[in-house]
Design a protein around this ligand. Structure first.
Ligand code: DMJ
Length: 452
């Protein structure tokens, strides 16, 4: 009897071992495949758009956001090139950036996009590569962005002319107001100049102070008067990374006020925006003053939230929400930009090569080690390759139902989508999770210990 039992235990152990070995093998294969696809996209950028902001993958033409290049793709992609171990490619990208990138340009730029893609990219490049040229560029950019904070409330304007400092657009949203603290804060820590941290933090506090009586924020606010001009509350685009940065600023800098602001905010979000009435967990739109539900839309941008919930320790809710996100992905075999979760119909049929759902799978896998998140990641990767791959890189989809491709490949496809896929499959030591905080554009910033 004892012998039979012993044999059974041995069998179970052996089958577990072989299962683990096959997971390890599958992960190694997937890691290599992501690298291959990365090179496919990167080589196309090099061939058709080298030195420009981005590649238009169908017409094989370069694209510059403001008519002159700010090296968007190489800066955004630099850290992932290093992570993947492509040292020759990294050297080429570095030379391109350090020899050519200048911010002394008479162009009006959207501060948020420039902050999350370029400032963050330069800071992580500096931390990973060590060349002070990256930090010099980051500081030059930081200085040129500072005029955005010259409003009566201290909340930023949306656009600034990099040469003249002229600002415009006083109607701004929480995401664009609040998503600077990691980048500006890190710039302060690295340069020793506190101004960046102070300005970004003040903007965050000013916004938080204008939350409603029930603790929600709206979508648009006038940064001169401090009055809300659109009171729809949600966790999607235009608000999303405001919440993300409250908790991450706490974790990165140990800023207790940010922790308190996060704690208060998440309570209100879970009371008024969480919705379990349509099967599964979703987050809705509601009026910021009354909490009354005004919409049941959810989309690819909202899919960042399981990752943030993981960071806050709410794995249960994170896992439930990720199940909903996965349903959304599987509706048409690839993720629509937005659905109405009450009817489960796509209301915006584009797929922009976005990373959020993959980012959440990566966080959930880190915190639970449940192999189902690896399988999800594999599904995402296979579908992206199947529908978005083109001769010259990757193209976003105009319509997830027809899979019609469109002529764009955003730099976040390198910086985030492929990076999170890679990190999900690669061995943990590739980038130990506890050592960094990822900015909203997935740029890893080194974490100072003992912030908890
Ligand atoms: C990225 O630029 C950032 O993740 C931003 O916070 C939201 N949108 C894109 C990716 O979808």
């Amino acid at each position: 009897m004892q012998r039979v039992f012993g044999q059974l235990v041995l069998l179970v152990l052996l089958s577990e071992l072989s299962c683990n070995q096959s997971i390890v093998h599958e992960r190694a294969v997937l890691t290599d495949s992501v690298k291959v696809e990365f090179l496919h996209a990167w080589n196309a950028y090099k061939q058709y758009a080298w030195g420009h902001d981005a590649l238009k993958p169908l017409s094989k033409q370069p694209h510059d956001w403001y008519g002159t290049s700010l090296c968007m793709t190489p800066v955004d992609a630099f850290d992932v090139i290093l992570l993947m171990g492509f040292s020759k490619e990294a050297a080429k990208a570095k030379k391109l950036i350090l020899d050519n990138l200048s911010f002394d340009k008479d162009i009006e730029v959207q501060a948020f996009e420039i902050t999350i893609r370029l400032l963050a990219g330069l800071l992580s490049a500096y931390q990973m590569d060590g060349d002070r040229g990256f930090l010099r560029l980051a500081e030059e950019l930081g200085k040129r962005l500072l005029p955005i904070y010259n409003s009566r409330t201290g909340m930023p304007y949306r656009y600034v002319n990099l040469q003249t400092g002229k600002i415009r657009d006083s109607i701004n949203n929480p995401a664009e107001i609040g998503t600077a603290m990691l980048e500006f804060g890190t710039l302060s820590k690295l340069t020793g100049n506190p101004i960046y941290y102070e300005k970004a933090k003040n903007a965050l506090v000013q916004l938080y102070n204008r939350r409603s009586m029930i603790g929600l924020v709206g979508t648009w606010i006038n940064v001169e008067t401090g009055e809300w001009v659109n009171k729809t509350s949600h966790i999607g685009g235009a608000i999303d990374s405001y919440y993300e940065y409250l908790i991450k600023a706490w974790l990165l800098f140990g800023d207790k006020e940010c922790k308190e602001m996060w704690n208060e905010s998440i309570k209100a979000i879970n009371i008024y925006l969480a919705d379990t009435t349509h099967g599964g967990l979703w987050y809705c739109q509601a009026d910021m003053d009354t909490g009354k539900r005004t919409g049941t839309f959810f989309g690819s941008l909202e899919a960042f939230f399981p990752a943030v919930l993981c960071l806050s320790g709410d794995i249960e809710r994170a896992a439930k929400l990720q199940e909903s996100c996965y349903k959304m992905w599987n509706l048409h075999g690839i993720e629509p930009e937005q659905i109405d979760y009450a009817s489960m119909k796509a209301t915006d049929k584009r797929y922009y090569l976005r990373p959020e759902i993959i980012e959440s799978a990566y966080y959930l896998y880190h915190f639970t080690e449940d192999p189902k998140y690896l399988q999800m990641g594999k599904r995402f990767f296979k579908d992206i390759v199947k529908y978005c791959k083109t001769e010259a890189g990757y193209a976003y989809l105009r319509d997830v139902t027809t899979k019609e491709q469109a002529d764009g490949m955003e730099s976040f496809f390198f910086a985030e989508t492929l990076k999170y896929l890679y990190l999900l499959f690669a061995p943990k030591e590739t980038l130990p999770f506890e050592n960094v905080i990822f900015t909203t554009e997935a740029h890893p910033i080194r974490r100072v210990k003992n912030n908890k």
